[in-house]
Ligand binder design. Structure first.
Ligand SMILES: [Zn+2]
Length: 77
């Protein structure tokens, strides 16, 4: 089992840390490749289905939480 590694092999800076907003809602930004993973992780953590939204223009500079690609979806409630 890998420990959480902050540096070394992986270029992705954070892996198992979803964004949590002020109200405690969990949000993932993800690319098309990782939408399933984001949903799984959300359901795992929150025990309910997330809402999935397309990135808005305001958020277009965001990157996927799981890889360095540009995020396409926001998963959360
Ligand atoms: Zn990705």
């Amino acid at each position: 089992m890998n420990k959480l590694s902050t540096r070394s092999e992986n270029h992705a800076p954070v892996f198992f840390f979803p964004q949590v907003d002020k109200e405690g809602h969990v949000m993932f930004a993800c690319c098309e490749d990782h939408i399933d993973l984001a949903i799984d992780m959300y359901v795992d953590k929150m025990e309910q289905a997330p809402e999935i939204a397309h990135m808005t223009v305001d958020n277009q500079s965001k990157t996927c939480d799981f890889c360095p690609k540009k995020a396409v979806y926001i998963v959360g409630n």
